[in-house]
Design a protein around this ligand. Structure first.
Ligand SMILES: *[C@@H]1O[C@H](CO)[C@@H](O)[C@H](O)[C@H]1NC(C)=O
Ligand SMILES: *[C@@H]1O[C@H](CO)[C@@H](O)[C@H](O)[C@H]1NC(C)=O
Ligand SMILES: *[C@@H]1O[C@H](CO)[C@@H](O)[C@H](O)[C@H]1NC(C)=O
Length: 332
């Protein structure tokens, strides 16, 4: 019975564990480092539109999405994590209007906007680097604006490491179908006062944009759901270990030092025996008092002693007589 029960419990535990493992894969914008097994959740880095974040206390300068100064690029960048930018776009160049709501990074020049990537909720690890990339932005500048020679070298350089879907048509029609994309390398900032920040690193041919993000949310942690035991479970295990240590240690002590054997090896045997006796006595008292209230036995339980004694006596006489009769029959 006990081995069966423990196997059952083990099965339940493994099933729960498997379930938790599949949950990880389902939750968007989270990733587990393949090298350190740490769990990264980038969702807190997402800036929400004012309507959704009204309830939270709003700090100054936290309006809109994240901003990165462009310096010599001649445009500032607006970026969001784990979702599209908060700002409403109205003049995105060379991008299907249906996708304007999906833009996760863009820059603005005058009144025109260029998307440099659509939302992506799958951060990846390249070695120990946490990377988030956005693809499928506005079209890259066409070949007409550049010399053919410069374009060809770019194709060769970038052709090696870019395997995006937006990239594929470009092999047939050079440059005309290449779309702007963004790569963000996220670094851990473990300073307790640290805030998320993002800075522009480089832009290659107005087509690929690189950023570096620093955030306490990029430091990783332990996944809550992978912890098999909650605080209650940990306490239970501790209590169980304490009880086990008490009994095993007590047994060893009683056996080797006090030279007790059998049940007396148990630590504080007298006390446990006393408790056991108390409960068994209580049980007997309770059951007998319950029995007294049972209507069927009520009638003769009051006079049980006398009647019972009388009955037994009579039965004994009956038996004696019977045996005597049998003896007589045998003698014949
Ligand atoms: C970028 O933002 C800074 C302030 O953060 C501003 O001074 C600068 O003019 C902006 N650049 C462009 C091209 O809008
Ligand atoms: C764009 O966002 C909508 C929801 O706002 C979503 O249903 C759709 O799949 C997204 N498209 C892409 C290409 O991400
Ligand atoms: C961009 O991210 C996707 C997963 O979200 C990955 O499959 C792809 O290889 C990445 N591309 C680059 C250029 O890093």
């Amino acid at each position: 019975m006990i081995p069966l029960l423990s196997t059952l419990l083990l099965l339940v535990a493994t099933a729960q564990h498997a379930l938790a493992a599949s949950d990880i894969a389902l939750k968007p914008c989270t990733v587990i480092s393949p090298t350190s097994e740490r769990f990264f959740d980038l969702n807190p880095m997402r800036r929400l539109p004012p309507s959704e974040s009204d309830s939270k206390k709003k700090k100054e300068g936290e309006e809109g999405s994240w901003h990165a100064k462009g310096y010599d690029y001649n445009a500032n960048f607006t970026i969001n994590f784990c979702g599209p930018v908060v700002e409403e776009l109205d003049e995105v160049q060379e991008l299907d209007e249906k996708l304007w709501r999906n833009v996760s990074a863009f820059y603005e020049r005058g009144s025109k906007q260029w998307a440099i990537g659509l939302e992506n909720s799958e951060p990846i690890f390249r070695g120990r680097k946490l990377i988030l990339n956005y693809t499928g932005g506005s079209l890259c500048p066409s070949s007409s604006s550049k010399s053919k020679r410069a374009l060809d070298t770019r194709e060769i350089i970038e052709g090696d490491d870019d395997d995006d879907d937006a990239d594929k048509p470009s092999k047939e029609k050079p440059s005309s179908e290449r779309r702007k994309s963004t790569v963000i390398s996220l670094l851990c900032d473990s300073d307790p006062l640290a805030k998320t920040s993002i800075s522009f690193v480089a832009a290659v041919d107005d087509c690929a944009y690189f950023f570096e993000g620093r955030s306490p949310f990029a430091c990783g942690g332990v996944h809550q759901e992978t912890q098999a035991l909650g605080p209650g479970g940990v306490f239970g295990v501790m209590v169980m270990i304490a009880v086990l240590v008490y009994f095993v240690g007590g047994c060893v002590y009683q056996r080797t030092v006090m030279h007790q054997r059998g049940w007396r090896q148990l630590p504080n045997y007298a006390m446990w025996a006393g408790i056991w006796r108390f409960f068994s006595d209580m049980f007997i008292i309770l059951t007998s008092s319950c029995a007294r209230f049972m209507p069927s036995r009520r009638g003769y339980s009051r006079v049980s002693l006398g009647q019972d004694g009388g009955r037994r006596g009579r039965r004994n006489e009956d038996e004696d007589r019977l045996i005597d009769n049998l003896d007589e029959e045998w003698d014949d």
